[in-house]
Write a protein that binds this ligand. Structure first.
Ligand code: BTN
Length: 325
């Protein structure tokens, strides 16, 4: 998609963002294009996951009002909150924000968010459903001298930073499912995907990707094959921009502390929000199932599983939970 078309789509969304009807002719005048061209742009927005209705003689109306993330005001609020050395970039469309930050695109302390991802990635090669302007999709670049063996607890640390950010904005009761799911009452609100590159002996480039469901419509969500929910159902209402700012501030603090003190500094906080604790947990590792009861995490962030043979540390695997009542 060309930059010009990108700009036109952005402008069109901004005109429609109040959720009121806007006639095709008025939109065409604003963009200096034909009504037929507006229709074409609207089709593209629909393909990207934007939900709207079109009514004869009234025009187009978004099903939900929305606000695009604004890079300038995001940078401004981050500077005001002490993160002046961070660089923010907001794309309208991309394949995957993690992918964009790789290689040439990498920069330490860079926040890259997108309104839509055509190839959003989840863990284990899964797709991350990323409809336009509904949720939050972002990645952070962080360069570290920490040895790779000490990074096991990193996704837990990132999850805790998101929980803190949500708490600062009044959203309580969110939990974490080891190692990287952000959940509320057993349903997935979001997830974390960490990718590493660089020289194992030298500095590592860490790409931290986070996806959070905010106000995803039912059509896009049809592709999701697990229990999920939107943050706007948890309340109170928060804007994507507010959450992105708060999350970056918390993440920056958490990463610095993690570099200085390792996961040990986060272990108590993890216990407060550990969804697996005391629950029946099944770990799937290379087609083998290991069952036990969640018993917290160790000082490196490994999941502790109480089994018939004692406590076993788990470093990787797919976790499923059955709640004990
Ligand atoms: C998971 O729970 O499976 C992890 C999901 C991570 C999704 C985010 S969205 C922003 C970033 N870019 C991607 O392609 N993936 C992550």
């Amino acid at each position: 998609m060309t930059e010009h078309r990108d700009q036109q789509l952005r402008q069109l969304i901004s005109l429609l963002q109040d959720g009121e009807f806007h006639s095709g002719q008025k939109l065409a005048n604003e963009l200096s294009v034909s009504r037929a061209y507006i229709w074409k742009l609207m089709q593209q927005l629909e393909e990207l996951g934007l939900e709207f209705e079109s009514v004869t003689r009234k025009g187009y109306r978004l099903l939900k009002p929305l606000q695009l993330i604004d890079a300038k005001s995001l940078s401004k609020s981050m500077t005001q909150r002490g993160l002046s050395d961070w660089k923010c970039e907001i794309l309208l469309l991309t394949d995957s924000t993690n992918e964009q930050l790789k290689g040439e695109g990498f920069r330490h302390k860079k926040l890259l968010a997108a309104e839509h991802q055509s190839a959003g990635r989840g863990r284990r090669g899964r797709q991350w459903v990323s409809p336009l302007a509904s949720n939050l999709y972002w990645s952070v670049g962080w360069q570290t001298q920490m040895p790779v063996q000490q990074l096991g607890g990193l996704s837990l640390v990132v999850g805790l930073a998101i929980i803190n950010a949500l708490g600062n904005l009044g959203v309580k009761g969110v939990q974490l499912k080891w190692p990287n799911d952000i959940r509320y009452q057993g349903k997935k609100l979001g997830g974390i995907l960490i990718e590493l590159s660089g020289d194992v002996a030298g500095a590592l480039q860490v790409i931290i990707g986070v996806g959070l469901n905010m106000q995803m419509g039912a059509t896009a969500a049809q592709q999701i094959d697990q229990q999920w929910m939107n943050l706007n159902e948890v309340g109170p209402e928060i804007s994507r921009q507010q959450l992105l700012t708060e999350a970056t501030i918390e993440l920056s603090r958490a990463l610095e502390l993690f570099e200085q003190q390792g996961f040990e500094a986060f272990r108590d906080a993890w216990q407060e929000v550990d969804e697996c604790y005391g629950q029946k947990v099944t770990i799937l590792q290379q087609n083998q199932e290991l069952k036990g009861i969640g018993a917290g995490v160790d000082s490196t962030g490994a999941l502790l599983l109480q089994t018939g043979k004692g406590i076993v540390p788990i470093y990787a695997g797919e976790v499923s939970l059955r709640f004990r009542h």
